[in-house]
Design a protein around this ligand. Sequence first.
Ligand code: G1P
Length: 293
Amino acid sequence: MNPIRKAVFPAAGLGTRFLPATKAQPKEMLPVVDKPIIQYGVEEAVASGIDQIIVVTGRDKRAIVDHFDISFELEHYLKDRGKTRELQVVRKISDMVDITYIHQKEPLGLGHAVLMAKDVVGNEPFAVFLADDIIKSQTPAIRQMMDVYQAQESSVLALQRVEPDQVSRYGIVKVVRSEGRIHEVADMVEKPEPGKAPSNLAILGRYVLKPSIFGILETTHEGVGGEIQLTDALRTMAQQEKLLGLEFEGTYYDVGTVSGFLKTSIAYALERPGLREELLAYLRTLDGLSHQA
Ligand code: G1P
C-alpha cells in the first residue's frame, strides 16, 4: 500500500473576515504568538512523516513563499550579530520540507483548490490541511488519521464532537457504524441549521484522501456560493466507496474567525514560558476593570 507522503494546503482564500489585515498578505501568514498560522500545520505534517507540501495559493503567495525559503540576507545578519538562537529558528523553517506552489487563478472553492493539486499528487493517497484549524496533540492528528488509513485503506476525515449550537459552522457527518473513535460515514451536510444536523460530529480541517477524489471533483458541480465544495465531492465518495471518520485525540483551535484567532493566540501565549506570567497578570487587570464597569 502506498504510504502518505504528500499534503495539500489550500491557501487561496481571500481572508475577508480578517480585513484589513489580509489586504496585502494571506491570512495563513497571520501570526499566532510569533509563528504564522500555516507553519503550525506544516510542522504537524512534517512530524507525521510527510515530505512534500503542496500549497495552493491565490493572488498573494509571496509572503508564504518567502517564509519557507532561505533568507540569505537575514541569515547573514543574524550570523554577523551572533544571534545563534534566532538563526536556528530561521534555518529550521527553510530546511523543514520541500514545498511546491500551485496557483489557483480564481477562488472557486475548497474542492477546486484540492483539484488543482491533482497532477502534483498523482495516483497516490494524500493529506489535506486547512491551516485555519490548528490541532495540538501528542501524536499529530494527521498521523492518527494516516494510521487508520494504513489499517483500513479508506479515506479518513477528522471528526470532533461540537455543541449543538455550533453545528452550522461545520460539515456534519451522518454515521452508519462506529467502532470506538472510528466511524463509517454514510453522508454529510455542509453547515446545517441547528436541529437539522444528522449528528454532532463535525469535520475539522484534516483529510486523508484516496486519489479517487480527483475524478469525483472533476465531475462535481458548483454548490453553495457558486463554489466547488469538497464536502459535495466527499458525499459522492461516501456513496461509491468506504469513507471513515476518526474522532482524533487532541485539542482543536479555530483560527478561522477573529474571536477564535484571538482565543488561540491567548491560549498559546499562556503556554509560553516567559510570556505566561506577564500576560496572566495583565488579563487579570482587564478582568478587574470589567468588574468595575
Ligand atoms: C470548511 C469545510 C467544512 C469543515 C470546516 C472545518 O469550512 O467546508 O466542512 O467543517 O472547513 O474548519 P470553512 O471553515 O472553510 O467554512
